[in-house]
Design a protein around this ligand. Structure first.
Ligand SMILES: Nc1ncnc2c1ncn2[C@@H]1O[C@H](COP(=O)(O)OP(=O)(O)OP(=O)(O)O)[C@@H](O)[C@H]1O
Ligand SMILES: [Mg+2]
Length: 336
């Protein structure tokens, strides 16, 4: 596909505010490109006529505004969490891109990296009141509970990986932590299932449960409905994989490899390979110059990849609406 032949401005605008699609961009490891991916995803969605709000949910190291070329921010999530403002609308700022707004995170407020449970719940509820076609949450590095909970909170879960074997292991570890967090939130307090979960997650267990298949069998042995509920959680975990900073043909296989491992050990049936973003010098240069790190160069392979990736995202969002209408369900469900 050649971006030169595409005119984003001429595309149809998004479906008329049917509902907001929630996307989390996580991946565990620092520096793999979660923020760059969030930013360019948001940029291209906005260019295609969608209303997008980008949320810097990296509460420990917010930097999205810098990647957008915005040097000074007056309002951040800290103002909301510290009750200086009473609604997220008041901290949602316009950006140089039409249709793209930003909620800045803040890294300089002590304690904000670990908001209390009530603050987190309040924030999750408030995010649902925002008016947009797509809400994109750029998550911080690591697998702390807050990061995992924001990942689980979003219906569409994007994990960004880089192709090095260690980074892939890390990415797998993040996805594993997220799915086990979802399961333990659903069952952890159950006195019969809790110990089974502990055996599955505790590396030092004397009786380890080594795979999701084994865990599902153990749950079903307690009661068939527990096994069924576990399958429902696995089926509801919509995972999207992006490999970033791809340099070689072999790198392009990374997502497939991790997909195979995830299917085998975590039994997740809904995995979409969103695409491979090449390593692009343009990004490094924009970051160094503190100018917006959008991939706009029509000749660049990475811009083309984003364009095609975003079309999949739009399709998936549309499918979600159709499925939700058919099932009469509300998505996303706050999970904490
Ligand atoms: N496709 C790419 N090509 C070239 N450089 C890239 C690419 N993606 C990201 N980078 C470089 O990697 C750096 C880290 O990217 P980014 O800030 O998006 O990572 P992150 O996963 O959000 O990190 P953190 O966990 O610290 O928030 C960027 O500053 C940029 O220099
Ligand atoms: Mg980041």
């Amino acid at each position: 596909m050649n971006v030169l032949q595409l005119n984003p401005e001429s595309q149809q605008p998004a479906d008329n505010q049917l509902k907001t699609r929630f996307w989390a961009v996580g991946g565990g490891k620092g520096g793999v490109g979660k923020s760059i991916v969030s930013l360019n995803l948001a940029y291209w969605l906005a260019k295609l006529g969608h209303q997008v709000i980008l949320v810097d949910a990296d509460l420990g190291g917010a930097n999205l505004h810098t990647l957008l070329g915005i040097k000074f921010v007056n309002h951040t999530l800290a103002d909301y969490l510290n009750r200086k403002v009473d609604s997220l609308d008041k901290i949602t700022i316009d950006t140089p891109v039409n249709g793209l707004q930003l909620i800045c995170g803040a890294s300089d407020i002590v304690g904000l990296a670990n908001p209390k449970y009530t603050q987190k719940m309040k924030l999750m509820r408030a995010l649902q009141d925002l008016q947009a076609d797509h809400l994109i949450l750029d998550l911080g590095a690591g697998t702390d509970y807050n990061t995992l909970d924001f990942f689980l909170y979003c219906h569409h879960k994007i994990a960004v990986l880089t192709p090095q074997p260690t980074a892939l292991q890390n990415g797998y570890g993040f996805i594993k932590s997220a799915i086990y967090r979802a399961i333990s939130k659903a069952f952890g307090r159950n006195t019969r299932l809790g110990p089974l979960l502990k055996r599955a997650t505790d590396q030092n267990s004397s009786e380890p449960i080594a795979s999701m298949e084994e865990l599902a069998a153990a749950f079903a042995a307690v009661a068939p409905e527990y096994g069924e509920k576990l399958q429902e959680i696995l089926a509801g975990f919509h995972l999207y994989l992006i490999t970033n900073m791809v340099k070689t043909g072999r790198d392009r296989k990374a997502a497939e490899i991790i997909q195979t491992v995830i299917k085998k050990y975590l039994q997740l049936p809904n995995i979409t390979l969103l695409g491979n973003i090449p390593y692009d010098q343009q990004i490094e240069e924009c970051v160094a110059r503190m100018t917006p790190a959008f991939l706009t160069n029509a000749k660049s392979q990475s811009a083309m990849e984003f364009y095609s990736l975003v079309n999949t995202v739009i399709r998936e969002g549309h499918n979600e609406i159709t499925a939700a209408a058919e099932n009469q369900t509300t998505i996303p469900a706050a999970t904490t």
